[in-house]
Design a protein around this ligand. Structure first.
Ligand code: SF4
Length: 160
């Protein structure tokens, strides 16, 4: 979804959003049942737990320097290709519940996007992406995460 604004090659080389530490492991994507099946058929040891109708990885408690790599990540990138979870397709945009109102925020860890002017980041959203994100979240509320301090809010949903 962000192919127009994010170079897929630089994403494939970075992979930062596919590897998690103990502080951002809550950021792992939410999967559909079909995607769980696909990952399990390639990585039978992968465990999932349900989350509001979707599925997230079961991750053991990580030590200070321990990392969890998404089991869908391969040497050549995400094994799910264009079918990757919605969370991953809109990264580094995230949808969060900010005091009872849905908002689109951005993860500062993505240098490629975070270095862009604010007007550009918001402009992408206003050009239709925000509507797509809110519409998807209507059908899949499990992708809406509680607000996490430090994530700049770019755009609040208009009152429903
Ligand atoms: S599903 Fe794919 S894009 Fe998403 S975190 Fe895992 S490897 Fe990365």
């Amino acid at each position: 979804m962000l192919k127009k604004i994010l170079d897929p090659k630089s994403c494939a080389e970075c992979r930062l959003c596919c590897i998690f530490n103990r502080y951002d492991v809550w950021e792992t994507p939410v999967f559909t049942e079909e995607l769980c099946r696909r990952i399990r058929s390639a990585r039978p040891d992968t465990e999932f737990v349900t989350k509001d109708g979707g599925y997230i990885f079961r991750v053991k408690e990580l030590d200070e320097n321990e990392l969890f790599t998404c089991p869908a990540l391969t040497e050549t990138g995400c094994m799910l290709g264009d079918d990757k979870p919605f969370d991953c397709r809109i990264w580094p945009y995230r949808i969060m519940d900010v005091g009872g109102r849905r908002a689109i925020v951005i993860a500062s860890i993505c240098d490629e996007m975070f270095s862009r002017p604010l007007s550009e980041l918001v402009g992408f959203l206003k050009a239709g992406l925000a509507d797509e994100i809110f519409a998807y979240a209507d059908l899949h509320p499990e992708i809406v995460k509680p607000y996490y301090e430090g994530y700049p809010v770019l755009l609040f949903e208009k009152n429903r």
